[in-house]
Design a protein around this ligand. Structure first.
Ligand code: CMC
Length: 392
């Protein structure tokens, strides 16, 4: 009843008040809890940022140490999870596996089903998920290679542990260059939250029915998978490869992207909110240059990406529509230099986004927001006479 405002895609509708992430799309500003993203990317660890997003403050030394060790204590994943994980075809997409495994955690931790968990019980669920996520991701990577999983180590930090479970071997730890670990840290921080995007809104709306944290995050992972959202990082590298294999003619692909009869879009370009440079893309572009140089990697798609960016930024179509490179444009080039295959890119985005999703889920709960339930304007048939099957 009453007057319903239609806003497909929620282009102008605020769904919530939030104190987590501030984004000024015109100026290209991004802050977590009031701290500039550039400064956090320079100075903080990923778990510090995770704590900040979820609990609102940068942790003290003591709080951070407890948070870290509580997370580390939860990194092992129940061996029974392997039983159903074993059923996935080894070539199935990592995002499909990830959402199922994260959702399955609710079966192993039924206490999470209680929507009235105390703050301490909820904290345990949160550290459990943050602890298990890298281990689950590493299972998916190892399965794609047909290799045995590597267990988390007590003496390694969060990112080192993750990288070792991905690239190390059983009984043979891998030692990483600081540049590699730092690149991962920066990428995870830059992806950690981005206010009410598609996956975050999904997490909040699923959680608003009092669904448990694992189920809500699993839904967010599925939302992130699409190529218009997090899946763009995989789509970008595939597009750059296509351009390379097609002779490197960036103009041809710009023309395709501008052609309204062609569904092709320039992947990694454009953003619902940023009508200026995505501040994350600026940091990532610089990091891509640095990481490739430090690792001595020469990737021809980096030059194609730069050429494409330059041409697009000078093109009237992109200027008129304020289309700039977004976070996904250069991130895949770094992930690839670190040794990940392109199907894993969106999973890495999910690993980074996890604290943001959790923080948003918790904020929605703490503020006792009502169940998310949009309205509609009905445009279908009104009264119809039923016709029996034999007479249709
Ligand atoms: N290539 C070509 N044209 C584009 C592009 C693009 N990448 N993005 C937007 N446009 C055009 C669009 O066709 C429309 O033109 P017109 O006004 O003539 O109809 C205009 O720009 C406005 O676009 P829109 O689709 O109304 O904008 P939106 O806010 O609904 O969509 C977007 C935002 C990110 C889905 C879109 O820009 C896009 O599809 N980009 C490519 C996919 C991508 O890189 N996604 C990652 C987003 S950032 C991080 C994340 O979420 O993971």
């Amino acid at each position: 009843s009453g007057y319903i405002t239609l806003d497909p895609g929620f282009k102008n509708t605020g769904a919530t008040k939030s104190a987590i992430t501030f984004l000024d799309g015109e100026k290209g500003v991004l802050k977590y809890r009031g701290y500039k993203i550039e400064e956090l990317a320079e100075k903080s660890t990923f778990l510090e940022v995770a704590y900040l997003l979820i609990y609102g403050e940068l942790p003290t030394q003591a709080v951070l140490e407890k948070f870290r060790s509580d997370i580390k204590a939860q990194m092992l994943v129940h061996e029974d999870m392997k039983n159903f994980f074993a059923g996935f075809p080894s070539k199935s997409h990592p995002m499909g596996q990830l959402s199922c495994l994260v959702g399955a955690l609710s079966a192993f931790y039924p206490e999470s089903l209680n929507p009235n968990q105390t703050e301490e019980e909820e904290y345990q669920t949160i550290v459990n998920l943050i602890g298990k996520m890298p281990t689950i991701v590493s299972w998916i990577q190892k399965k794609s290679l047909g290799h045995p999983v590597v267990y988390p180590k007590k003496d390694l930090g969060y990112i080192d542990n993750f990288m070792n479970m991905i690239f190390g071997e059983v009984n043979c730890d891998k030692i990483f260059d600081d540049a590699v670990l730092d690149a991962m840290r920066v990428l995870l921080i830059l992806h950690a939250d981005h206010e009410q995007n598609c996956s975050t809104s999904t997490v909040r709306i699923v959680g608003s029915s009092n669904a448990n944290l694992y189920a809500s995050i699993s839904a967010g992972i599925n939302a992130l998978w699409g190529p218009l959202h997090g899946g763009a990082n995989q789509a970008v590298i595939e597009m750059l490869e296509d351009i390379k294999n097609d002779g490197g003619d960036v103009q041809k692909y710009l023309d395709k992207a501008k052609d309204k009869n062609d569904p092709f879009r320039l992947m990694g370009f454009g953003h619902r909110v940023y009508k200026n440079f995505d501040p994350r893309a600026k940091i990532i572009k610089k990091a891509a240059d640095e990481v490739l140089e430090k690792l001595g990697v020469k990737d021809p798609v980096l030059d194609i990406a730069k050429g494409l960016e330059k041409a697009a930024l000078e093109d009237q179509y992109f200027i008129d529509r304020k289309l700039y490179p977004n976070v996904d444009f250069y991130s895949g080039i770094i992930y690839r230099a670190l040794g990940f295959n392109s199907e894993m890119f969106t999973v890495l985005f999910a690993l980074g986004r996890l604290p943001g999703w959790i923080g948003q889920w918790k904020e929605m709960r703490d503020n006792k927001e009502p169940i998310g339930r949009p309205r509609q304007v009905y445009i279908g048939e009104t009264d119809r006479e039923y016709v029996d099957l034999k007479n249709r």
